[in-house]
Design a protein around this ligand. Structure first.
Ligand code: FAD
Length: 689
């Protein structure tokens, strides 16, 4: 089979590497495991060059694909471009994190090379965390490059694609501003600067539609010949017969070396979670088939800090049933605990998890196996189908957007479910495991708006999360969200259930080597700009329906504690909405307690969508309060919106402009201008998802 041939090639490559290790390794004083991938520290970046030109030269590459990524999608697109460039056009591609290079020598990249930028826009038109420095550099007023060419970037050929969301004001501003800046300095754009729209739900199709003409333009510019696409694995897999899953050097889900050694220490961040005890957890809804969790996470054993309005990231694990389905689909069930080492077969590729490890640990802790699948990946897997019929079906799915939508998207199918349905249950044993590492994205932490106040409890973070569950037409089992159902299981465990299986889902809840036992959850904190005014006497208007109320619970508790400390606080008016007072009214009692302390300075305005004959939403209530809202804004009130980005946040924005226009007797355009200026001045802040 193809797997056998591949294994032999890979094995040969690794044997060569091993021979090199035995001859040179000793001389260099290299110790320990020759196959282990380097996840030594939290970041493991020591000793790497930050010089792009040097990196391209030493690795023999002619195409570098930079990504600015927050949730992993841009990173995933970057690696897909790299793979396609290599397999279709023989480009020597490499993918690079923008954070890991300097930019003052962008002008020294020769014009027979191409630089691609895949850039997500985050929040209010901001760069992603890893792209901040790059963005400030290239769009800077007095940017200066090393070579002194005129214009400075006249040798630079670039390609650009942006990931954005049209429900935000600054749609795709990253790719737009970066393209503008590069062109201003004389760089040559190849093809259009593409824009994907998450708001319209067309990101994947926008990407696919953009890339074909881009490849054409690049082919012409660089004189590339298209060849029959051949799959070449990026990773080599070696079975380690001498190790078992219990050997101390084997990773069974630990995120890095410190965790493996049992000595995790800070800084805790997106590369290194803190395994935090859950101090308290309970259900917030009083209705049978929907759940919303309140969970208190204790960070006192760490050096983590937070401020009211920040986000906490939860690192989930996949449910056992989906792990089983995935392993079974690829014929790996019997080998699930087999220890393997994974090595990048080319120098610029990174193994996305630490090894040696097991198939089970990779699938459970490191792969987003439940997520939607890209059409491109389906097309790639056609070559490894178990029979001709399945291959034809995969090719059709990969090539026909409408067919794919109707067969896959509508039913919320994940990769294993699609393949099983295409092959009518026959396993896909010819798929090289490397293709799965390349094609399935890394399991991402999920963010939650912290719902506690750091003034009240600096070392205890609370989460308010609604459990994702959807009934899907044509499917007998509902769709379950990864992180929230894992949190639900943790909640049940924390409340005394020894083996929780919410909705029939089971989790490795005690974590790798039982280190999460005693009910722990891996987390880190992400600082946000969503903040109370520094002057507590300023009035605040809070719009937070559903779990959008999370950060406002923190805001209100903060003000209650300020008053208890003898401070004067301004008016707080909170608009909360949900379906029914008796079912999903969050923190009902707490608002009454806040009222006792804040008195007339606190007002809760409620909107129930299913309690009466008419659906009432927060934006309706806001409109009813036009006069008061306008007066508060004239007193420089801060305006905050949290929750649903797709509809609510946009409508609230529109309603606010209407209020200003009516109350102040000014034209709509003028009122919209004022709202824009409020946003620019941070007087209007959003925390939406
Ligand atoms: P996932 O498994 O990630 O699924 C999420 C959605 O993706 C599904 O509903 C579905 O629409 C789609 N999807 C997933 N798999 C498939 C598939 N195979 N096919 C088709 N569609 C699929 N949430 C809160 O409850 N409270 C908060 O305070 C909160 N704050 C947030 C703050 C920020 C800054 C952000 C970015 C998000 C916040 N969220 C919050 C949302 C939260 O991060 C998660 O997205 C949410 O909890 C769902 O996670 P999950 O892993 O359970 O669901």
């Amino acid at each position: 089979t193809e797997l056998d041939t591949l294994d032999i090639i890979v094995l040969a490559a690794i044997l060569l590497g091993t021979a090199a290790y035995f001859t040179k390794g000793k001389l260099w004083g290299v110790t320990k495991d020759p196959y282990a991938s380097s996840f030594a520290g939290a970041n493991g970046k020591a000793g790497k060059t930050r010089n792009i030109v040097e990196k391209l030269e030493e690795s023999g590459k002619n195409c570098i694909i930079f990504y600015g990524s927050q949730t992993g999608t841009a990173e995933d697109y970057a690696s897909r471009l790299a793979k396609e460039g290599k397999s279709r056009f023989g480009l020597e591609t490499m993918v690079a994190d923008l954070e890991e290079f300097d930019y003052d020598n962008l002008d020294a990249i020769p014009n027979d090379k191409v630089v691609m930028f895949v850039l997500a826009t985050y929040g209010e038109g901001e760069p992603t965390d890893n792209a901040v420095d790059f963005y400030e550099f290239v769009t800077g007023e007095d940017v200066s490059f090393n070579e002194g060419n005129d214009p400075p970037l006249s040798n630079l050929n670039f390609v650009a694609f942006g990931l954005g969301n049209n429900t935000y004001e600054h749609y795709n501003s990253m790719v737009r501003n970066v393209t503008k800046a590069l062109e201003k300095h004389g760089a040559h754009r190849i093809g259009e600067a593409g824009e994907g729209d998450d708001g319209a739900g067309t990101m994947e199709e926008d990407f696919l539609a953009w890339k074909d003409p881009m490849w054409k333009a690049l082919q012409e510019k660089m004189g590339l010949d298209e060849r029959e696409a051949v799959y070449e694995p990026i990773f080599g897999i070696v079975e380690r017969e001498t190790l078992t899953k219990d050997s101390p050097e084997v990773y069974v889900g630990e995120p890095n070396k410190m965790h493996l050694d049992g000595t995790p220490k800070g800084p805790f961040n997106a590369h290194n979670p803190y395994i935090a005890p859950i101090a308290k957890s309970f259900e917030l809804f009083s209705v049978k088939d929907r759940n919303c969790l309140h969970m208190e996470v204790d960070i006192s054993g760490s050096n983590l800090t937070y401020q009211t309005g920040d986000h906490i990231a939860v690192w989930p694990t996949n449910p056992g049933e989906e792990v089983d389905r995935f392993l079974n689909t690829f014929g790996l069930t019997d080998k699930r605990h087999q220890v393997i080492s994974v090595k990048a077969l080319e120098p610029t590729a990174k193994v996305p998890f630490p090894t040696p490890t097991t198939f089970d640990a990779i699938v459970r802790y490191h792969m987003e196996i439940c997520a939607p699948v890209s059409r491109q990946f389906i097309a790639t897997l056609a070559a490894f189908a178990p029979n001709e019929e399945s291959k034809a079906e995969m090719t059709k799915l990969g090539g026909d957007k409408d067919y794919f939508h109707q067969k896959v998207n509508v039913h919320h199918l994940n990769i294993a479910r699609i393949l099983k349905s295409v092959s009518k249950g026959q396993p896909w044993i010819s798929v090289p495991f490397s293709a799965l590492i390349e094609g399935v994205t890394k399991l991402q932490p999920r963010y939650y708006s912290i719902s506690s106040s750091s003034l009240e409890q600096p070392k205890m973070i609370s989460i308010t999360a609604v459990v994702e569950r959807q009934t899907i037409p044509g499917r007998d089992d509902p769709f379950h969200g990864v992180a929230t159902n894992y949190l639900l299981a943790l909640k049940e465990k924390q409340n005394g259930e020894p083996n929780p299986t919410p909705f029939g889902l089971s989790y490795e809840i005690t974590g790798p080597r039982n280190r999460y036992d005693g009910v722990h959850v891996p987390v880190h904190v992400r600082h946000s700009n969503f903040k109370l005014p520094s002057d507590p006497t300023k009035p605040i208007i809070l719009i937070g329906p559903g779990t959008g109320v999370a950060p406002f619970r923190g805001f209100v508790r903060e003000r209650v504690n300020q008053v208890k400390n003898g401070e004067t606080v301004g008016k707080t008016i909170l608009f909360f909405g949900c379906r029914k007072r008796t079912e999903d009214f969050l923190y009902d009692k707490e608002w009454q307690e806040a009222k006792e302390v804040l008195g007339d300075n606190f007002e809760l305005v409620l909107a129930f969508s299913r309690d009466g004959p008419k659906k009432v939403y927060v934006q309706h209530r806001l409109k009813e309060r036009s006069k008061e809202i306008n007066e508060l804004l004239e007193k420089k009130a801060y305006f905050y919106v949290c929750g649903d980005a797709a509809n609510m946040a946009r409508e609230v924005n529109t309603v606010l402009a209407q209020i200003l226009s009516e109350q102040r007797g000014i034209p709509d355009t003028k009122a919209e201008e004022i709202v824009k200026n409020m946003r620019a001045a941070n007087q209007y802040q959003e925390d939406v998802w």
